[in-house]
Design a protein. Structure first.
Length: 372
């Protein structure tokens, strides 16, 4: 355990307030997307506590421990273009961004954590000059093979300087399901401010904390997701860097996400009423108080009790169970409930990068749908 302590987060990544102990403990788990070959399954897996804590000041919900990004993102198995759902999602995303542009002609649009370049290609169809920044070499190579300009790096001073020197400031910077993955939020926001045109916009999309609470989507908790974001702490940290939210669009991805549109203060867009409405709703629902978080934890433990009871009951009746969808969320759910091949025989998934591998820790085989 001591070798994991180096990853323990002592202070809030948004406001730097000392953090208390966890309000929810899911246990020590393997990395959710580290699917295993048969050979790898014979070796010890990297594991780390998966627990949530709440900042007592800005109220950001975050993991207690931070896994170095190199362990998770240098080679990545999730591919955006795999599903038709996300191809449509990103096409709509790019159109929504284009409609909010203050300039007549679109300029540079940069996507942070651009995966295989799907959103960047959608920006280009809307008239932008697209650029992706992607740390996973397998994905950046794939994007560049498809003709989508992608820098194989993290979003930092080096990649920002390269863009500024070769293309210029960005009209749009987006981070789709990536802002919550970043530990040094302050560094990211400094670089956004440096790269963003004075009239430009920063757009981030993330699974919404309110949806996780309302729908009990605790399986979205895994080591890649360092922060579980509500609008209140987000508005606070943006303000520290001269940024402000001007509108929010609820979207259906991941069960319920927010697409948040941000500008430099004084850029000229009026704040839309939905922003104040959502901030007021978070206060009414108790997100600024401790009690709602402790109640959520109790509900999570009850779900585990109910689900494991159902699975054991099915086994006693001679039934067999399999899973459909080897998402990272499934890794959390399976290992929180301590399921293995004794309870779940296999999991079906369409992603060829996961097929013929094993679910982390649980060692349950992942198979193509033809297996059924």
């Amino acid at each position: 355990m001591s070798d994991l302590e180096i990853y323990r987060r002592k202070n809030c990544r948004y406001c730097e307030t000392p953090l208390p102990g966890p309000f929810l403990e899911l246990g020590i788990m393997a990395l959710a997307n580290s699917f295993l070959t048969e050979e790898e399954a014979r070796l010890p897996e990297f594991e780390c506590p998966l627990d949530l804590t709440l900042c007592p000041k800005c109220r950001l919900v975050q993991l207690t421990h931070v896994v170095p990004p190199e362990k998770m993102f240098s080679h990545y198995l999730y591919v955006s273009s795999t599903t038709e759902t996300f191809r449509k999602h990103f096409a709509e995303y790019a159109k929504s961004v284009r409609a909010k542009l203050l300039k007549a002609e679109p300029g540079l649009a940069v996507d942070i954590g651009s995966n295989d370049g799907l959103l960047v290609s959608c920006y280009e169809k809307e008239g932008f000059r697209g650029a992706g920044i992607e740390p996973a070499k397998n994905l950046s190579d794939e994007a560049n093979r498809k003709g989508v300009f992608t820098i194989n790096d993290y979003f930092g001073e080096r990649s920002v300087r390269k863009l500024l020197d070769t293309i210029g400031p960005a009209d749009v910077i987006s981070g789709n399901n990536v802002f919550a993955h970043i530990d040094d939020t302050h560094a990211v926001l400094r670089n956004v401010v440096n790269l963003l045109d004075p009239k430009g916009m920063f757009v981030i999309e993330f699974p919404y904390l309110g949806v996780m609470f309302d729908k009990m989507f605790f399986d979205m908790i895994y080591h890649e997701h360092l922060s579980y974001i509500a609008l209140t702490p987000l508005a606070d940290v943006l303000g520290r860097f001269g940024l402000e939210i001007f509108t929010v669009e609820p979207v259906a991805s991941h069960g319920g996400s927010l697409r948040v549109f941000i500008q430099k203060k004084g850029a000229g867009r009026a704040q839309e009423p939905i922003v104040r409405s959502m901030l007021d709703e978070e206060r009414r629902k108790g997100y600024l108080e401790d009690a709602v978080y402790h109640e959520f934890a109790k509900r999570v433990y009850r779900v585990r009790e109910d689900l494991t009871g159902f699975v054991e009951g099915a086994r006693r009746e001679g039934k067999t169970l399999s899973g459909y969808g080897a998402a990272a969320k499934a890794t959390t759910l399976i290992n929180f409930c301590k399921f293995n091949t004794g309870q779940i025989r296999f999991v079906v998934d369409d992603n060829p990068l996961k097929q013929n591998k094993l679910v982390p820790s649980a060692k349950i085989p992942v198979v193509p749908r033809e297996y059924l």
